[in-house]
Design a protein around this ligand. Sequence first.
Ligand SMILES: [Zn+2]
Ligand SMILES: [Zn+2]
Length: 387
Amino acid sequence: MPIINQIADYYEEMKEWRRHLHANPELGFECFNTSEFVIQKLKEFGINKIYTGIAKTGLVAIINGKKKGKTIGLRADMDALPLTEEIDHNYKSRVDGVMHACGHDGHTTMLLGAAKYLADTKNFAGQVALIFQPAEEKGGGAGEMCKEGIMDKFSIDEVYGIHTLPGSPLGKFETNSNTVFAASDDFLINITGNGGHGAYPEQTVDPVMIATQITQGIQSITARNINALKPVVISVTQIHTGTAYNIIPETASINGTVRTLTEETQELVKQRMTEICNGYSLAFNGKIELIYNYGYPATINYEKEAAFAIEVAEEISGKKNVDGNAKPDMGAEDFSFMLHERPGAFLNLGQGNGPGVHNTKFDFNDDLSPIGASFFVKLIEKGLPLN
Ligand SMILES: [Zn+2]
Ligand SMILES: [Zn+2]
């Protein structure tokens, strides 16, 4: 596997950074120590254009090449998850109930490795914008950094990002030239009926019955309104109501999540949910309110930039280890906000067998760090060639 030699030499050092980050996880926008660590490392590499405090703890660092040219943005996320780690290694999380279970410690490390190399060699024409963001898991840190104007401020022309993928062979890249991750929305349906004695339902408007009808009605959207070839997930995940076996309650509420791959499907789901709620309201004489919250949009790669990233990935891992037609994932990624502002591509990168992300036994594979860093470097040297 042609990892860049100089980056292979960083292996032990990168492992140390990664394990330090792993032991000291932080949540959401509160990545204070993590960004401090990143800043300290960037300064050690001789990078002095560092812009901090973006989306609270996010930062952008700029490296200029040997000649002028366009600007490529490389992104890493820094935040952890509210989980209790269940494996006992010597770099186990030192923060109760918080752990790096999504590999963002590794993403930060890979980008730091690339930064060290690029700051040392500068064999490119243009600028690299290193984007370290907080709050990928919750809060949409990428979107907040965009709102604070990083794309214009740093004249970023294209953006790229990678995510570790457990269960896929080490070093295998997976992506496509269209949708890679779904849009993730959530909803709340508040039902107000008219409570009363369980023995006299005729004197009530029963919100429990309405809630169960709506739950079933919603499932008909996937089965009867959306083309069978268009992926969509609608999951009702919570129903809250009632206090006793002989009381028909006054209210009920339903929560759930909607995952779609296109805006067209997303809008159709929202429209049908609204119609179903209105219909049941009329049919059962209850008051029904639908609150539909748009979450992360779908992560949609740009064709040209995805093709370029695939070419680079093939140089690093070999053609056999790159799947450029990977199926979209129904999970979500807030990198989508960056792709709303600039062309670019997002890739998954296999880290070998083991527990999946968001599992309390997950651990980032340190062998992946030099591969990811080499990919970022090749993106720059090939995308911003000196000659
Ligand atoms: Zn995650
Ligand atoms: Zn993640």
